[in-house]
Design a protein around this ligand. Structure first.
Ligand SMILES: O=C(O)CCC(=O)C(=O)O
Length: 275
């Protein structure tokens, strides 16, 4: 099955800054992803939100396979062209009856990309909707100014730094409601966030951050995974690839990267252009 967007869908994405929606994997495959994820959480004795951030895909080969899913890549190719790199991925899991949330933010404020030719694919492992804290976006916000973010470090916020755009008019928000196995896409400059999950089950999704191979890092040399086409630019070193679930080599890589990202020191260096 092809995932390419129609010309009308591309135009709508360019206007609205988001796309709803395609099926990447079956419902049964999505439940299997959830089962495997929860088995890894049991084995690590920790919630996936704790470390499976920035480069969640390096913890497991099946996540790398999802990042290379052909329907997803067709959809991404429609927006970014044929040469595609994955520079990051994050698990976003909300427990049942939890008030943990994701504040309004623009990923472009933190990703350090030039140009901002980047889209996020949010792949649902469970239903994701208005009643369980599903992702929501501010249509058209990618066309406006860069918005100011306050770093609140609120422990209820699933974002590492609690980065928050203040004063957003929620009445303008669109929910990107998905069934397991479906995905949405949003532009790296689209303001987005989500509320608490007041349902009786977890809400789980895996977000993939794709760029065109022509996109460089403004935060110094980093790593990425080429997922389609060719990379003539060589702006990114290679991500390490997991040999099996929770490969200790790639898990260490992920842990170091995540603690560097969370550290205020790195954040200040990044802001001053030293990284
Ligand atoms: O899953 C969520 O609630 C937020 C996801 C998000 O911030 C993202 O995909 O960039």
């Amino acid at each position: 099955m092809s995932g390419y967007l129609t010309p009308d869908e591309v135009t709508a994405f360019q206007r609205d800054g988001y796309f709803m929606k395609r099926r990447a994997i079956s419902t049964a495959h999505a439940s299997d992803c959830r089962r495997r994820l929860e088995a890894m959480e049991d084995s690590l004795q920790e919630d996936c939100n704790k470390r499976m951030k920035i480069k969640a895909h390096v913890v497991s080969p099946w996540m790398v396979d999802l990042a290379r899913n052909p329907v997803i890549l067709d959809a991404v190719e429609s927006l970014l062209g044929p040469n595609i790199m994955l520079f990051g991925s994050s698990m976003f899991a909300k427990a049942a009856q939890s008030d943990r949330f994701v504040s309004w933010h623009q990923d472009s404020a933190y990703y350090g990309l030039k140009p901002n030719d980047s889209v996020t694919v949010w792949l649902a492992f469970t239903p994701s909707n208005k009643s369980n804290g599903g992702l929501r976006v501010l249509p058209g916000s990618h066309l406006g100014d860069d918005l100011e973010h306050d770093e609140t470090y609120d422990p209820k916020n699933l974002l590492a730094k609690g980065q928050t755009i203040r004063g957003v008019d929620d009445s303008q928000a669109e929910y990107l409601e998905l069934e397991p196995g479906e995905f949405s896409m949003h532009h790296v400059r689209t303001a987005h966030g989500s509320l608490g999950n007041f349902s009786d089950d977890r809400r789980i999704g895996l977000a993939f951050f794709y760029i065109g191979a022509h996109v460089d890092s403004t935060l110094g040399r980093r790593t990425a995974l080429r997922v389609r086409g060719e990379d003539k630019f060589n702006y990114w070193d290679d991500d390490p690839l997991p040999r099996y679930d929770l490969d200790p080599i790639t898990l260490d890589f992920l842990t170091n990267m995540w603690s560097r990202y969370q550290s205020k020191e790195v954040q200040q260096a990044a802001k001053s252009g030293k990284l």
